[in-house]
Design a protein around this ligand. Structure first.
Ligand code: ADP
Ligand code: ASP
Ligand code: MG
Length: 448
């Protein structure tokens, strides 16, 4: 059994959808289970619809719902004729529901996380309805299945955490029989339901996570993540066009890259697979014959100390310098107590006896923590920052690596540096505006 997940661009236009159908056909012998994201940018549009409606701009929200309807209708028309009408009829209640949610939001004016989850889930429900029809029309025994009946989570809306054992049992009882009967289950990524039965989502980009959860739950032999690039690359190809494919990576390297912003994999994707030693392969829907990247428990070296460079935008950097500039016993403990009290989980921390720098996502909690930290010393909180992570298994054992990383960056302001926290990543923070210079320069340094 193999889980195949296709992202938004893979199902965002007719050409790619036809390629997806052929990929699925080529995997028929391996008992595939399919996971789909919403088509194209649908989820972003749904976010906007929610915001518009809650802000009282109902007309705008309804216009955008109409645009989504014609986007899905045009895709159906192009890939599904003559069965497009029937598939669109199946989508109609989803659009009605969307409209009803938008209308009630415009009255209530409050977009709660629970409503947001319900709203965003529509994208995956639409895409799977059309994809199941497209696969069937191509003669494949596709069977639409409801991920909300399978993936069970806690109740943390917009960032729900799956409950693995409950999910495993449901996957076994609801999906295994379909596969055994020779059918190809078609499920939505990203969406789930809490134990109490309320729709939840696994966080933006969470369809990858759905795929690995299902793969782990069913003991898949491999999890395939089909996307719009040739696997995991030496850097984000949208920032570094000359980035190259990495044929093999270790789980640790790929997890670190994902954590530090390489959008190609959702940060939680690898954990369920690692636990069971299931390889995760990242492949390009536009070039299905490429070998992509395979992520394995242990990966052989490839001669490069640095495997890849990741970055995470939209961060804040907080600097705290102790009021008393001397070795203050208990200073760090008090800093971390404040962070814990406000539930701030920094991505990076670097400390000295009298100062602390940390990088975290901006939030009300971070602002509140900064206010409390002012009691301990002088605080400087800057937004518009980015974390850059240089990742490789051999980083730690390579002398002079820090010098090499910063050699070409001497004209830039580095807000903080952190090495050693992770054995395989060297991280630093810079202004977001400098990313377009930093990442390509680093790439040139390590990959020529
Ligand atoms: P999908 O819709 O298939 O889930 P995403 O947009 O979430 O696709 O992820 C794919 C994108 O990840 C690529 O288009 C690329 O711009 C970005 N990306 C960032 N870092 C990397 C990297 N190291 N390797 C490959 N892609 C990366
Ligand atoms: N459609 C969701 C999103 O855009 C989930 C995903 O694509 O993985 O975040
Ligand atoms: Mg993604």
């Amino acid at each position: 059994m193999r889980v195949l997940k296709f992202g938004g661009t893979s199902v965002g236009d007719p050409d790619n959808i036809r390629k997806v159908v052929e990929v699925v056909r080529s995997r028929r012998g391996q008992h595939p289970i399919l996971v789909f994201s919403a088509m194209g940018d649908t989820t972003d549009r749904l976010v906007e619809i929610g915001r518009d409606a809650a802000a009282g701009r109902l007309d705008k929200a309804l216009e955008k719902i109409e645009a989504l309807r014609s986007f899905h209708a045009s895709i159906a028309g192009m890939v599904l004729n003559p069965s497009a009408e029937e598939a669109l009829r199946a989508c109609a209640p989803l659009f009605e529901d969307l409209e009803a949610v938008a209308r009630s939001l415009s009255v209530l004016g409050d977009l709660s996380p629970a409503v947001q989850d319900r709203l965003l889930g529509t994208g995956e429900l639409l895409s799977t309805t059309l994809m199941a029809a497209a696969l069937e029309a191509a003669g494949l025994p596709a069977r639409w299945a409801d991920a909300r009946e399978v993936v069970v989570t806690d109740g943390r809306h917009t960032q729900a955490e799956p409950l693995f054992e409950a999910t495993r049992q449901r996957a076994q009882s609801k999906l295994r029989p379909l596969v055994d009967a020779g059918e190809i289950p078609v499920l939505q990524g990203f969406i789930a339901r809490s134990e109490s039965g309320v729709p939840t989502t696994l966080g933006r980009g969470g369809s990858d996570y759905t795929a690995s959860l299902l793969g782990a739950a069913l003991g898949a032999e491999e999890i395939e993540i089909w996307t719009d690039v040739d696997g995991i690359m030496t850097a984000d190809p949208s920032l570094v066009p000359e980035a190259r494919n990495i044929p093999v990576m270790s789980f640790r390297e790929a997890a670190e890259l994902a954590f530090f912003g390489a959008r190609v994999l959702h940060p939680k994707t690898l954990a369920p697979a690692v636990d069971r030693g299931i390889p995760v392969r990242v492949l390009n829907t536009s070039r299905p014959d490429g070998s992509g990247t395979v992520v394995l428990f242990r990966a052989p070296g490839n001669g490069h100390v640095v495997k890849s460079i990741a970055y995470k935008e939209g961060m804040a950097v907080l600097n705290l310098v102790s009021a008393r500039m001397f070795k203050a016993h208990g200073f760090l403990r008090r800093v971390f107590e404040v962070l814990e009290r406000h539930r701030v989980a920094p991505d990076l921390v670097s400390t000295s006896e009298v100062s602390v720098a940390l990088a975290a996502a901006p939030s009300q909690e971070l602002d509140a923590a900064a206010a409390d930290l002012r009691e301990l010393g002088e605080v400087d909180l800057r937004t518009g920052q980015a974390i850059v992570a240089v990742v490789g298994e051999r980083l730690k054992e390579t002398p002079g690596i820090v010098g090499r990383v910063f050699e070409d960056l001497h004209d830039l302001r580095i807000a903080m540096v952190s090495q050693g926290g992770s054995e395989i990543a060297l991280c630093f923070a810079v202004a977001e505006d400098d990313l377009a210079r930093v990442v390509p320069r680093l790439h040139r340094r390590f990959f020529g």
